[in-house]
Ligand binder design. Sequence first.
Ligand code: CA
Length: 227
Amino acid sequence: METILVVEDEEPVRELVSMYLKKEGFRVETAEDGEKALTMARSFAPDLILLDLMLPRLDGWSVCKEIRKTMSVPIIMLTARGEEFDRVMGLELGADDYITKPFSPREMLARVKAVLRRAKQAGEQNTVLSYPGLLIDHSASRVEVNGREIQFTPKEFELLWFLASHPRRVYSREQLLENVWGYAYPGDYRTIDTHIKRLRQKLKNPGAKNYIVTVWGKGYRFEVTNE
Ligand code: CA
């Protein structure tokens, strides 16, 4: 199930957008100001963000700019008619599309699906991930640590690929189960920990780089560090 973060300070709009997205089978999280949007985007890694431009505490521009520093999540800007919206600036800041309010639910859903589809295609085209001391080739299911091929089980490989395709994004155990195993039963969190442990053992290299970071109380994220 894909998760969409709806950032909108006007409650009726927020509720309506959420309702239509839920009806289409999306999971929806909401934020009513820019700061909360940033915190939420970082903690639960949505698949797409619908981002209102005029927001309390931190406006949509700043939120977009901040998110783009570390995340590649697709962003659709929500702008009000009469609001000055510089499309070029929006796209430069990393927004994928924009919708002008008031919009019809059908238009909104069509844009959301189109942007998600594009993001998925772009992700699929990228079949080789390369990080210092680590090369992951998806089409060949091959992993090289410091130039040496290391064997991974299919699930270990998928988990590594998933994390490494979304660097610096924090994933909870539940999200990892859902995305890699395709289901989420709360009791199965130990499966994740076991797999992470094995990944870390296999990824160990003389440079002693750490690729999978534990985020206490939240989950795991992929990041190349020297610690
Ligand atoms: Ca607003």
